[in-house]
Design a protein around this ligand. Structure first.
Ligand SMILES: NC(=O)c1ccc[n+]([C@@H]2O[C@H](COP(=O)([O-])OP(=O)(O)OC[C@H]3O[C@@H](n4cnc5c(N)ncnc54)[C@H](O)[C@@H]3O)[C@@H](O)[C@H]2O)c1
Length: 421
């Protein structure tokens, strides 16, 4: 049963629902391949900006592509969905208090798409989702459109697939076309149709599977990172207890030809690695023991770092603390779920009478969560260090690495990133 046999024809028009970090570049790349694309977002300002060829967020190199596909008419943004041969859903998938997925965005998107679906249409879920979500999205679509069926043999067939996105923000221009894609349909015809869509703009390998495995593949990639970082974080705590330098320890162990331990840090942040493993845990509560523990180890690390900073502050009788970095990883300005930011916030709360001097070379102003505190200031790294007896290294940004080690002489340094080890 092939696309040709089913006479599904070419994909001439695509509707992308959700024009954020993922949906907008995807829409632009498809439009650049010559396909007519309608991008849909509930945010009117966003839609207006895109139609003016303006970037709603920063992504290096993307502006020229956006301007070009808007100018040549291949990409139009709208607040309303339009009829199309294929739909891509790229809306947020945050978690609920119990770590289950918050389905409300997918549900709203599916309910919007349902009225414009024609028989033979393809709907691809790109949002990171727990196993079974693509099937749930199909159920929502079919509840709205009982005339359609996910049976590939039906003349009124609806094709549904999952294709998780794995681009790295900051490198989207390189990775959107080059990355391999995992594509899993509810049936092989859906998988093949989705492959046809992604082949229009992806040069990477198309890895075909079923929807549940595709959903799990994305979660597995991020859980793999989380578990391995948790191992490094646990080693750092054990090493402190045993009086061992964890950086030297890891370097030695990594000389083994089949060992590659990651770096410990102040915790795990960002909106992927710190979030996605919970979707596995909520899908298999009893079974996902290691994945849950890894999350707990990584989530517990900021409290451990605070305890170490407290020891240093008490030992020095410090009235000022330098905090180097608040981003969730080196050399970016992204503060989402950042453990470094959470540590600085806890310090500000704990010591209202002390100065917390934050150095973060990638932002021009402090986020609201810190401006709420009178005792926190954004300064440059040299000023922060020279004014404070205690230095907390929270992110190993490149500019910090070029500081002379001598500036730390006589300082009590809590180095969570091994920057000067
Ligand atoms: N950003 C990443 O690095 C990344 C990487 C891989 C996967 N993902 C996943 O991709 C999905 C989208 O992430 P993102 O970073 O693009 O999110 P985002 O918040 O940047 O964008 C989501 C967009 O969807 C819009 N939206 C919400 N509900 C809508 C609706 N009912 N109809 C139309 N538009 C709607 C929002 O206004 C927003 O513009 C998430 O599941 C995320 O986990 C993100």
């Amino acid at each position: 049963m092939s696309i040709e046999e089913k006479q599904l024809g070419p994909i001439n028009k695509v509707c992308v629902v959700g024009l954020g970090y993922i949906g907008l570049p995807t829409a632009a790349f498809i439009a650049d391949s010559g396909i007519s694309v309608v991008g849909v977002d509930i945010n009117e300002r966003h839609v207006e900006k895109i139609n003016n060829g303006e970037m709603p967020f920063f992504e290096p190199g993307f502006e020229a592509l956006l301007k070009s596909v808007v100018a040549d008419g291949h990409l139009k943004a709208d607040t309303e969905v339009a009829e199309a041969d294929a739909f891509i859903v790229a809306v947020p998938t945050p978690f609920n208090d119990d770590y289950s997925v918050n389905m409300s965005y997918i549900e709203a998107a599916a309910k919007n798409i349902a009225p414009v679906l024609r028989p033979g249409a393809l709907v691809v879920l790109e949002s990171t989702s727990p196993p079974g979500t693509t099937e749930k999205m199909a159920e929502i679509l079919l509840a709205e459109r009982p005339d359609l069926s996910t049976d590939p043999e039906s003349a009124n067939r609806l094709l549904v697939a999952h294709c998780p996105e794995r681009v790295l923000p900051g490198k989207i221009m390189e990775e959107m076309a080059a990355n391999d894609r995992v594509i899993g349909g509810l049936n092989p015809l859906s998988t093949d149709r989705a492959k046809q869509l992604y082949s229009s703009f992806c040069n990477g390998e198309m890895l075909l599977t079923n929807a549940t495995t595709a959903e799990m593949a994305k979660l597995t990639e991020n859980s793999f990172r989380d578990v391995n970082i948790a191992f490094a974080n646990e080693l750092s705590i054990i090493s402190d207890k045993l009086g061992i330098d964890v950086w030297e320890l890891i370097e030695l162990a990594n000389h083994h030809p089949r060992v590659n331990i990651l770096n410990p840090g102040p915790g795990v942040g960002g909106h992927c690695i710190a979030v996605d493993p919970w979707f596995i845990v909520s899908s298999a509560q009893e079974e996902a023991k290691l994945i849950r523990t890894a999350r707990e180890v990584n989530d517990g690390k900021p409290a451990y770092v605070i305890a170490k900073i407290t020891e240093a502050v008490e030992a020095e009788g410090a009235d000022s603390i330098a905090a180097l970095g608040i981003a969730f990883k080196p050399d970016i300005d992204d503060l989402r779920e950042s453990p470094a930011l959470s540590i600085v916030q806890q310090m500000a709360e704990k010591w209202p009478e002390k100065n917390i001097l934050v150095a973060e070379p990638n932002v021009n102003e402090l986020p609201e969560s810190l401006t709420a505190y009178q005792n926190v200031q954004l300064v440059d790294a040299s000023h922060a260090i020279s004014s404070s007896p205690v230095v907390a290294v929270l992110v190993d940004h490149t500019p910090f690495k070029s500081l002379e080690k001598s500036v730390l002489e006589g300082k009590n340094v809590v180095d969570t990133r091994g920057m000067w080890s």
